[in-house]
Ligand binder design. Sequence first.
Ligand code: IPD
Ligand code: CA
Length: 301
Amino acid sequence: MSVAVDCSSEETADILVESQNSSLLENETEDIEEFFNVAMELAKNAGKVVRSAFSEKKNINTKLTGQDLVTETDQAVEKMLISSLKERFPTHSFIGEESVSAGKKCELTDNPTWIIDPIDGTNNFVHGNPCIAISIGLAVKKELLIGIVYNPIQERLYSAKKGQGAYCNNEEVTVSGQTELENALIYSEFGAHRDPEKLEIKFGNMYNIIMNGHGIRAQGSAALDMCGIACGEADAYVEYGIHVWDIAAGILIACEAGGIIMDPDTGGKVDLMSRRILCASSRSLANQLKNQVTPQSFPSD
Ligand code: IPD
Ligand code: CA
């Protein structure tokens, strides 16, 4: 299932022409405005819940591994977001991290689909580290139209609507434009997997990156990594094993800030469900980073 999220300079024009010719929604502009405004309000409300729970004692459970954590706040925020969106938009579909963990099918169809991570960076949340975000994306016909990533602790609200730029707290943001890996700061993450073979490949990739670039940062939130690229705070990000809810909103924000989104295996368009992502401030940097990583396969979302 290929998704139109390649933001390469050569292909962006194609994507824009395609969407001008065939609207994804009946009243696309009005609909997107309404969806965006509703989602922004909900993100702010969710932020209040996350902020007040941040310094409280947490009830922590584990999921697939002992490092794959969930708290009652993750579950409560996801429930609140999905039930409120469902009330406003009863025909829409939903993918949420905690609903999928609870057994709901993770399915991306052509129907307008809200893709939600109630807390990206749950491990940080558990440890009182402020690098956490609520992530809300909307895809229509598998194309991302809205991305909202909100860090309520550091009060940074990132947002993008397709074709309308990317913003942090109402100020337009752009990528650094860095073209050379040797001058680049790269985000890459350890993730929650503890399979020794996979970790060995991951560490090998990190070794290659650090030997060829300026440095690596692992903030513990894929969504904030992509927003960091959008703001020019780092130059690229690569991760295998990621899920659609970690990256959907961040992809649009990075794209709208001028970034490149690439499948690190093929160098082509990203399949949102493929569990891998490479995001960079330029096509040249994306290609150089791609050459430093050994592919790993994970079962699709
Ligand atoms: C995690 C974060 C982390 C990434 C993991 C994700 P979660 O999301 O985005 O940076 O390395 O792969 O699972 O579990 O905190 O929502
Ligand atoms: Ca999460």
